[in-house]
Design a protein around this ligand. Structure first.
Ligand SMILES: Nc1ncnc2c1ncn2[C@@H]1O[C@H](COP(=O)(O)OP(=O)(O)OP(=O)(O)O)[C@@H](O)[C@H]1O
Length: 319
């Protein structure tokens, strides 16, 4: 088994003038793994991804894809990429464009591409310039998935898509994972990543502030429950129950926060006529927003490295 990660980002730093957009980022994605890269606007997700793809040069650090250089054509052929910065020639028909992409990658057949278009309800006879934003996004998705790449780098791939299509895209990602591909998937929507990622990393101000498996994050997560009883709640019912970190009783309803397993609580209330249980599915979100909220959040310029004001457009473009 090949142990080399399919995506390797080692100590990546990217500065734009005085602004450090990505700060010493280490991130690896293995075969058969979906890695969800989360973070608020401006956290550095796109910058990390563009560095990974070789579109911009890192200030420091190293990136490797499929144990090679992302700009290498043989590597590029095995990668699928969706990013907000892709623009297509407006006068081309979808079919012409997709056929051209297919040729660059040494396949697939038009029948295969067309099947993918059908799956996403994309009409290949339309001109790019006539498409809605969502339909243009579908073109980006089809070109990224059509050659069944070993690595997928997806920068907010579902933006502009309705929920049904979002689900289709997540289905395509799952399929690639089952075939052993490594997937880096950026988003600022926790629920979509939570659903699909094996691990997540949270970027804030260019720094990876947390990285873990979804399972681990869930395990330590708090759960908020509301238990509504048919009758008055017996005095002292919750005394000494393991895991309860907060309890508030209003009438016949108990509002409870549990750390870790809810098993002791459930055992305790069994047989006491609980009529309704409401769980607030905000455990992961709580953690997530905890990282999003930055108590000393300052304007971006405040994270400038010494040496002058933040300057836009100073990166070395190599696309
Ligand atoms: N070419 C550039 N020149 C100067 N600054 C840039 C450049 N590209 C990005 N930045 C800055 O780097 C920081 C990180 O931006 P980036 O687009 O990577 O964040 P993001 O996490 O992808 O955000 P979003 O979710 O809004 O796409 C931002 O402060 C942004 O203004």
């Amino acid at each position: 088994m090949n142990e080399v990660p399919l995506i390797e980002i080692d100590h990546l730093t990217k500065r734009f003038g005085a602004l450090t957009a990505v700060d010493a980022l280490d991130l690896h994605v293995r075969a058969g793994e979906v890695y969800g890269l989360l973070g608020p606007n401006g956290a550095g997700k796109t910058t990390a991804i563009r560095s990974l793809m070789g579109f911009i040069n890192p200030s420091r650090g190293r990136v490797r894809v499929l144990d090679g250089q992302p700009r290498d054509l043989d590597i590029r052929r095995r990668v699928g990429y969706v990013g907000g910065d892709v623009t297509f020639e407006r006068n081309l028909r979808v079919q012409t464009l997709l056929t051209w992409y297919a040729r660059l990658r040494g396949g697939p057949s038009w029948a295969e591409i067309n099947e993918l278009c059908e799956q996403l309800s994309l009409d290949p006879s339309r001109k790019i310039g006539q498409l809605s934003t969502g339909n243009r996004q579908k073109v980006a998705i089809v070109q990224a998935f059509m050659h069944e790449p070993d690595v997928l780098v997806l920068d907010e791939p579902t933006s502009g898509l309705d929920p049904l299509l979002q689900r289709s895209v997540l289905g395509l990602v799952r399929q690639r994972r089952e075939d052993g591909a490594g997937v880096l998937f950026s988003s600022h929507l926790l629920p979509e990543v939570e659903d699909i990622a094996d691990r997540i990393g949270i970027l804030r101000r260019g720094v990876l502030v947390r990285e873990d498996t979804i399972a681990n994050i869930r395990e330590i997560a708090r759960q908020r429950l509301e238990l509504r009883f048919a009758d008055d709640i017996p005095e002292g019912l919750f005394d000494g129950v393991d895991g309860i970190s907060s309890l508030e009783i209003t009438g016949r309803t108990a509002h409870i926060v549990v750390d870790g397993s809810v098993a002791p609580l459930i055992d305790t209330v069994a047989g006491h006529g609980v009529e309704r249980v409401v769980t607030h599915d905000e455990d992961l979100e709580d953690i997530f927003f905890g990282y999003y909220q930055d108590p000393d959040d300052e304007p971006a310029a405040d994270r400038a490295v010494p040496g002058g004001p933040a300057t836009h457009g100073q990166d070395s473009e190599v696309a």
